[in-house]
Design a protein around this ligand. Sequence first.
Ligand code: NAI
Length: 273
Amino acid sequence: MGTHVVTGSASGMGAASAAVLAEAGHTVIGVDLRDAEVVADLGTVEGRRGAVEEILAISGGTLDGVAAVAGVGPNMADAAAVVSINYFGPVALLEGLRPALARSGSGRAVVIGSNSSTTVPMIDDGLVDLALAGDEETARERARAAQSALPPKVAEHAPSICAYATSKFALARWVRRTAVTPEWARRGLVLNAVAPGAVLTPLMLGSTGQEPDPEAFATPLPLGVFGRPEDIAFWVHQFLKPEARFTTGAVLYVDGGTDAAMRPDAQPTAMTP
Ligand code: NAI
């Protein structure tokens, strides 16, 4: 049995992923702001550094899997925090834990993106570039500037929508670029992303806790249902198995068909000559 790290383990998809892994007999090191083996704020540089140090101490320096699930949604008041938590958090954690994953001989990593990265038409290319360049300070400034330029109606309901969709877009791109580098691919490490759609978690249900009507939802749900945290945990578990050795750099939509319904012809994209 292996040792796996799950961030965001105190709630929603992270809690469901930790439960599935524990049920399968693995040791799970949960990381969260509260109620976790490692309590850390992954939105800050010091929090990420401390988390990596503690995880290495608890695990003895060898890990079989990391599931970077922790994140926030588009209703967060500060767009800069969204970029730090949703993009720089998972990237720093995975970079910090990569040597420990390599030591296992079959290290696996999976990050949680979002289908908002391809279904929300508000991707800020400049912010994507800053994130991929690792420039957190300027990325945070740019996210705040984009937030202040939002139309009032959008800002009222989803003040961080641009930062949210863009941070998840950048994260998916980071996964695709990073997974094929020798540091990952030639060390037997696989790195993939799951892009959930609307999943019934505290993040999605917000302050009301009320499940909306799937037929009246803002984006299409061809399967006619919302996702449950277990639907995401299932794929997290699959991607962390040693047998999952020939898939890397993938972004798997687990969204009830939303992305396919909104952009049926976006994939496959033919290679340009
Ligand atoms: P949730 O709110 O139920 O769980 C998120 C967990 O992350 C919480 O336990 C929270 O304390 C932790 N977290 C937040 N900020 C943190 C920080 N700075 N440091 C450490 N831990 C932190 O939310 P849910 O829905 O389970 O979200 C999981 C992931 O799925 C997130 O990355 C979210 O962006 C993403 N997502 C969620 C969707 C949904 O419909 N629920 C849709 C698409 C993506």
